[in-house]
Design a protein around this ligand. Structure first.
Ligand SMILES: NC(=O)c1ccc[n+]([C@@H]2O[C@H](COP(=O)([O-])OP(=O)(O)OC[C@H]3O[C@@H](n4cnc5c(N)ncnc54)[C@H](OP(=O)(O)O)[C@@H]3O)[C@@H](O)[C@H]2O)c1
Length: 299
């Protein structure tokens, strides 16, 4: 089985390049090898590779920059996703694609279900929704996995930022009125490998159905709660000079950013857990494991 992985240097892509290995031959492509902003080149690459599976971990993820860079965001997240789906359909490949809770406006009281009404508040969310729609309009077999608040030991993310700031400042002010589930990139990658295995069996046996599934850690917190937990775990590490004494909760209005974020990022994972018999861990459990990894690599 040949698997084309795009975005192999991203948080999720880097983990996928490892967790997909037992499933077959992985062609792990970085931006130079599969550029989603070059649609013709992308088509040519897929036609020469002839994959059985395409896993698209590449995306335009600069949420605030997207507000003034709409064309690129829609090209990479929207049009290129459609091209991947068209090409997957032509070569009979299954397409696995990642999306986001930012397709919702966050006004729902409970956790979002896959079929809930979308209404993105920012350009990034609009471009990711355009990608979902282009894939859904194709004739490819596909799975769209929506996730939230992704972090990893590698790359730039909230965990790494808080660890840096906690060594510099006595006091941090962190937004407390946005709720979601921090999700470790490795959990996404390991779950994807598990999902893929079952999906391929279903395709071979005739029972496969394309669709959208939510894939996040379980439980919920605010960015403020997330930061407090990161600092609590960091303080348990010998020799790490944590300066932060107080983490103050602040409203979103006190930390204005170019892109509006949804207040409620919670996604229900019931559908995924049931269909793929997955037991998704709490966000605290996964965070502890990722932080163990971050600290184990420090000299
Ligand atoms: N990060 C989050 O909090 C979050 C939340 C919800 C959903 N998601 C979704 O989860 C998926 C994975 O996100 P992530 O956190 O792993 O993102 P990431 O760490 O920002 O990685 C994105 C990857 O896409 C690559 N890329 C960007 N433009 C490209 C292009 N034109 N052609 C080819 N590759 C390109 C980047 O390449 P370079 O390394 O060269 O820059 C990077 O390796 C994405 O679909 C994202 O929308 C992420």
């Amino acid at each position: 089985m040949k698997i084309l992985l795009t975005g192999s240097q991203g948080q999720v892509g880097w983990e996928l390049a490892r967790t997909l290995l037992p499933l077959g031959e992985v062609v792990a492509a970085n931006r130079d090898q599969a550029d989603l902003s070059d649609l013709d080149g992308l088509r040519r690459s897929i036609r020469s590779i002839k994959p059985d599976i395409i896993v698209n971990a590449a995306a335009y993820t600069a949420v605030d920059k997207a507000e003034t860079d709409q064309e690129q965001a829609f090209l990479i997240n929207g049009q290129a996703s459609g091209v991947l789906a068209e090409e997957a359909s032509i070569c009979g490949a299954l397409l696995i694609h990642y999306s986001t809770d930012y397709v919702f406006d966050g006004s729902k009281t409970g956790a979002y279900l896959e079929g809930d009404q979308t209404n993105p508040l920012n350009v990034y969310g609009q471009s990711k929704l355009a990608g979902e729609q282009a894939i859904q309009a194709s004739t490819a077999d596909f799975l769209i996995l929506r996730t939230t608040w992704v972090y990893a030991a590698r790359g730039n993310n909230f965990v790494k930022s808080i660890l840096r700031l906690a060594q510099e400042r006595e006091e941090l002010n962190i937004v407390a009125d946005q709720i979601g589930a921090p999700t470790w990139a490795r959990l996404i990658a390991e779950s994807t490998a598990h999902i893929l295995r079952q999906a391929q069996q279903e395709r071979q046996q005739g029972g496969f159905k394309s669709g959208i599934y939510n894939l996040t850690s379980t439980g919920e917190t605010s960015w403020h709660g997330f930061a407090e937990k990161i600092i609590e775990l960091a303080k348990q590490q010998d020799g790490l000079p944590i300066k932060t004494q107080r983490v103050n909760p602040i409203p979103t209005s006190a930390y204005p950013l170019p892109a509006t974020r949804p207040a409620n990022s919670r996604l229900s994972t019931q559908r995924l857990q049931k269909h793929y018999q997955l037991a998704l861990p709490s966000w605290e459990t996964a965070l502890q494991l990722c932080m163990d990894e971050i600290f184990s690599s420090k000299p």
